[in-house]
Write a protein that binds this ligand. Structure first.
Ligand code: C2E
Ligand code: CA
Ligand code: CA
Length: 716
């Protein structure tokens, strides 16, 4: 080996920059071994292509080039082996066009490896003529390949560092590096974006500057204990920005050690998860709270009750220790119907806020559904303490409230279930309080009711009746009977009242029993439709037989009234049967006259305008106020049977009936006396100038097939 050659090469390489190194060594090696071409080429990952890093031709730098490795001697080199051919290299690799074009004869190729030992570059010398000193070339190339590799490693690692730096700078997560004393040495742009602090802001500072008051001292102590012990900690933490606002981050801190296991740095990564947290909190909130009234929803109420029970109450205590009140707004549908849903919503908010203002610290108010609220009270001693709460509630709603210029009076129906007397879990308490609430509704609303077993039995019975009624409607188990109404003046029968009958498995059930139930369960419309249709059908038959002047009275429950007069189909039904509205009189009870039912006036007017007559049923048992009578268009007044009974039994009985008749006459309203059973009663009523009489004295209600015979035989 020629030492001078090596010396020359090394000399030419001293004091040069990395980017010049590869060119210089190619020139120096080319000169030393008299090669025509020398180049260093890097390989792509799949080793299909080589790209020159530096290339020389006869001592001069030439342009860079790339070529495919397939079928070339270089592909051997790429596969980790040294490849030398002193001559005939073209013949050996006939498909290597480059070799042929360049007229190459001799070839020396050395693989260049990464630190990990993978070939990622090659050093190649090409000779136009046979290489006479192939051993020397080989030795020299192998010798310098180490130097070239080292330089390649340097380039690669500085590229890698550049790349990592790029990643750190571009990372969406914030990165902060501190020295072993926790002083900040580096922060990336995301850190500045999230916290507002730049690197210079943190000069000589520790990350404590970010601390918020949301974590306790103990929290930080545990965190540092973890870092010191395991070299790592991660978790959620609230920190403070430069502008003082707080944010939640997911933080990961790692200790960095040098090769002697000495702590040198801490590096922390974090991402801002405030939005994520807020979204989660919102979902959690929606899961637990009612969006409209901001009170707990049923879910939350139940959780609250269960928690209270497990923490504060024992099922073994005999005394009452807690109570659940189910509170339902009376006639809320009406409020919605009259003033709209926006108004209705405001009413609900008002109720929620009022209830909320009444409860104690460890009690809860919940809107469980629509117009249904619940209040769970702890620290209850006895029923009296529950009544005190109810008094507070009732007092809070005693005055009418003003919303959007509208004054309304709110009344509530309240049902109460006591712990542990009535139930020992949330579900049971709610079910029972709700049942009690329904009973307080039935008892005319605006009242409260404690749950009792008796209530529950009644509820069960009701449920059975409901099912039976639903079946009855489906199977058409209803029929009609007709009771004559006799005109004293005409001495004839001019009207019949249609009365519904239910054949319940062979036994006839009284409408007095099932009509109120049907009203309650929302089944009255179906029954009412049947009654009107059937009565029209049977009246039509009667008319065809020649009884053309007969009027049928049809009972209508207040629950059959549509919200809007326009939606009423009663006249359509009458006309569909080929009858005139004059042939039908609708009997309504006094509840229709209640002040909140002013909107029914339009419907009654419409019916009257079409020709129907309106009778006020059971007069004297409800809202018998003269002023109501004047506002509503009434044609007939039916004096309730109780007055007729009192007429002969009570001292002032007759006076009362007489007064009613006179009053009716003054209002130009006809009078029917109901439930007349005795001759004596007929005589008095005749004397008092009553217009019509209805009752067993003349006839019990008749099946339709007996009406015409009754009419033929009738004689007063
Ligand atoms: P109401 O409208 O007052 O009907 C009169 C009730 O008194 C009928 O009882 C009738 O049979 C009975 N009654 C008639 N004359 C006498 C009498 O001299 N003495 C006695 N003690 N009772 C007499 P009913 O048929 O049991 O009907 C009871 C109630 O059921 C009716 O009272 C009415 O409010 C309701 N109702 C009956 N049919 C219908 C209907 O089709 N629709 C609606 N909504 N309610 C109906
Ligand atoms: Ca009636
Ligand atoms: Ca009646």
């Amino acid at each position: 080996m020629n030492n001078q050659k090596i010396k020359n090469i090394i000399e030419s390489l001293s004091n040069i920059k990395s980017n010049e190194f590869f060119k210089k060594i190619c020139i120096a090696l080319g000169n030393a071994v008299n090669a025509d071409y020398v180049f260093i080429a890097t390989l792509d990952d799949r080793r299909t292509t080589a790209t020159s890093l530096a290339a020389t031709h006869k001592g001069l730098i030439i342009d860079g080039f790339s070529y495919a490795l397939k079928n070339t001697p270089c592909s051997k080199v790429a596969n980790e082996s040294l490849c030398t051919h002193s001559e005939n290299v073209q013949q050996l690799y006939p498909d290597d066009k480059l070799l042929v074009d360049m007229g190459v004869e001799g070839y020396v190729g050395v693989p260049l490896k990464t630190c990990e030992g993978r070939v990622d570059a090659i050093l190649v010398a090409l000779f136009d003529n046979t290489i006479s000193h192939i051993d020397e070339v080989e030795t020299l190339f192998l010798l310098f390949s180490g130097l070239i590799e080292k330089e390649l490693h340097k380039v690669a690692s500085s590229k890698k560092i550049e790349f990592y730096k790029y990643i750190v700078e571009k990372s969406h997560d914030a990165i902060i590096v501190c020295d072993q004393n926790q002083f900040v040495t580096y922060v990336n742009p995301s850190f500045t974006r999230i916290t507002g602090y730049s690197q210079s802001d943190l000069q000589g500072k520790t990350p404590k500057i970010l601390s918020s008051d949301k974590q306790s001292e103990a929290f930080y102590q545990t965190m540092w204990a973890n870092i010191n012990e395991n070299g790592h900690w991660q978790g959620q933490i609230w920190n403070k920005r430069k502008n003082g606002s707080e944010y939640l981050e997911w933080l990961s801190i790692t200790s960095i050690f040098d090769e002697h296991s000495e702590l040198t740095n801490y590096i922390a990564f974090f991402s801002n998860i405030t939005e994520h947290y807020e979204a989660k909190e919102k979902i959690k909130y929606q899961d637990s709270y009612d969006a409209l009234t901001k009170t707990a929803n049923k879910n939350k109420l139940f959780q609250f009750i269960e928690k209270s029970i497990s923490e504060n109450h024992s099922p073994h205590k005999i005394t009452i220790t807690a109570a659940l009140l189910v509170i339902d707004l009376d006639l809320f549908q009406k409020i919605n119907g009259l003033y709209g849903y926006v108004f209705g919503d405001k009413v609900l908010i008002h109720v929620a806020n009022t209830l909320q203002s009444l409860i104690r610290n460890n009690d809860i108010v919940s809107r469980t559904s629509g117009d249904n609220f619940a209040l769970f009270a702890n620290n209850i001693k006895d029923r009296e303490s529950i009544v005190l709460i109810i008094d507070k509630i009732t007092n809070a709603f005693i005055q009418p409230i003003l919303i959007d210029g509208i004054t309304i009076k709110i009344t509530l129906s309240i049902g109460i279930a006591c712990y542990s007397e009535n139930a020992t879990d949330a579900h049971g308490l709610f079910e029972k309080a709700e049942q009690a609430m329904f009973f307080s509704k039935d008892n005319g609303r605006n009242s409260y009711e404690f749950y009792t077993q008796q209530l529950s039995d009644e509820a069960k019975k009701e449920e059975e009746l409901k099912k039976a009624l639903e079946l009855a409607i489906e199977n058409n188990e209803f029929s009609l009977v007709y009771q004559p109404i006799v005109s004293l003046k005409e001495k004839s029968v001019s009207k019949f009242e249609a009365l519904v009958r239910w054949d319940n498995n062979g036994s006839c059930r009284s409408p007095a029993e099932f009509i109120p139930a049907a009203e309650k369960f929302g089944l009255i419309k179906a029954i009412g439709d049947f009654v009107l249709n059937q009565a029209c059908k049977e009246l039509k038959i009667l008319k065809k037989k020649g009884f053309t002047d007969i009027v049928f009275n049809i009972n209508r429950s207040i629950y059959e009234f549509p919200e809007r007069a326009k939606e009423n189909k009663w006249i359509d039904t009458i006309q569909e049967h080929g009858l005139n509205p004059r042939d039908i009189c609708f009997e309504l009870t006094e509840s229709v006259l209640a002040p909140e039912n002013d909107n029914y006036i339009a419907l009654l007017n419409k019916l009257q305008l079409a020709g129907c007559t309106i009778a006020l049923d059971d007069f004297g048992t409800g809202y018998s106020s003269l002023s109501y009578l004047r506002r509503f268009p009434i044609n007939v007044l039916k004096i309730d049977r109780s007055f007729i009974l009192d007429m002969t039994k009570e001292k002032n009985g007759e006076v009362l009936v007489s007064a009613i008749i006179s009053m009716a006459k003054a209002l130009q309203v006809n009078v029917v006396a109901e439930g007349v059973e005795l001759k004596n009663e007929v005589d008095i009523l005749t004397r008092l100038n009553c217009d019509f009489i209805q009752g067993y004295y003349f006839s019990k209600p008749l099946k339709p097939e007996f009406i015409s015979q009754y009419l033929i035989d009738f004689k007063l």
